[in-house]
Write a protein that binds this ligand. Structure first.
Ligand SMILES: [Zn+2]
Length: 327
């Protein structure tokens, strides 16, 4: 059994934060203050919403880490419009990100916002929730999401405020409706099917399938183009991905990447990456490499295939190493 060496400061930070959107957080109070001023004068580049299927609108997240000027608008977020109501699927990465999402919904439809689904607990997906309190929706999440928010939520908020500027993160809102296995949301003539998954990308991944258009909102169980971020279980993620591939859907909305990909073929790159990570980490352990050597060598064939590779891959190897060394 290899003994894990002391982590570098950067690894310690990424492990502590354990989430997409945080790997290169290094804002100072000065940059945050400058950003707050800049952000009130002009909104950051914010890609438009696209209707990816009838009544389903998605905004592509920026392929960046959270920064003082991007409002943490780095995840794909969207909404589904039924005959009587609207469901938000991930409210956004900050209060401002959520407010822009809400403005778009109000522009598109007069129907009430009945549900705000949080696909998991990472800050780039959930901190926009506060923008929807006025609508009194049900906030829907995995049955383990409350624990994640209770243990990490305040920490996430402080770190996000530290980057964006005081008070700009938003609030942590716990879900009011929990999904333990499966559930449905009725939007009036349109049903969304919810599935709570075992540990994969994170501890509390929830997917949403629109039956009308066979569209799967995969949350961060699907990364396309942007390097995945592992914060749950590598073996678990591979298993969940395998079961998701048999879900009846023709299109999937990834948590990061294009607003829509064909399904299940759109999972191929992620599956390859996770497979390389598992195989490479097991080989490193078998050779008796220590963690630092594993981080340097495992999965380097994936370099050049993913955006933000250097920001996250080392952390993924660290996570995989810790998980697989006990096999
Ligand atoms: Zn995530």
């Amino acid at each position: 059994m290899a003994t894990a060496p002391r982590m570098t400061r950067r690894e310690a930070l990424t492990v502590a934060l354990c989430t997409a959107g945080w790997a290169t957080v290094r804002a100072t109070a000065a940059t945050a203050a400058t950003a707050a001023t800049a952000a009130t004068a002009a909104t950051p580049d914010s890609p438009a919403f696209r209707e990816v299927a009838s009544g389903i609108f998605v905004r592509r997240g920026l392929d960046e880490d959270v920064s003082p000027t991007n409002d943490n608008s780095i995840a794909n977020i969207g909404f589904v419009v039924g005959r009587e109501g609207v469901a938000v699927i991930d409210p956004g990465g900050s209060l401002r990100d959520g407010e822009r999402l809400r403005q778009e919904i109000v522009r598109v439809t007069k129907h009430p916002i009945r549900f705000v689904v949080m696909t998991h607990g990472h800050p780039d997906h959930i901190f926009g929730a506060g923008a929807f309190r006025q609508d009194r929706p049900e906030f829907v999440g995995h049955s383990r999401l409350p624990l994640t928010l209770a243990t990490r939520g305040e920490y996430y908020r402080e770190r996000l405020d530290g980057v964006l500027g005081a008070g700009r993160a938003g609030v942590v809102l716990p879900p009011t409706r929990l999904i333990e296995h499966t559930g449905t949301l009725d939007l009036g003539g349109r049903t969304l099917e919810l599935t709570a998954h075992p540990r994969g990308h994170s501890d509390c991944d929830l997917t949403v399938r629109d039956l009308q258009t066979a569209t799967l909102f995969a949350g961060d169980l699907l990364f396309v183009g942007r390097v995945p971020s592992l914060d749950g279980s590598l073996r678990g993620w591979l298993n969940v991905l395998n079961s998701l591939k048999s879900v009846e859907a023709s299109r999937a909305v990834p948590g990061h990447g294009p607003v829509g990909v064909n399904w299940p073929s759109g999972s191929a790159d992620l599956e390859r990456y996770l497979g390389v990570l598992a195989t490479g980490t097991r080989a490193a352990l078998a050779k008796g490499l220590d963690l630092e050597a594993a981080v340097r060598t495992v999965g380097q064939s994936e370099r050049g295939r993913w955006k933000l590779f250097d920001a996250y891959h080392g952390h993924n190897v660290t996570q995989a190493f810790k998980e697989l060394e006990w096999e």
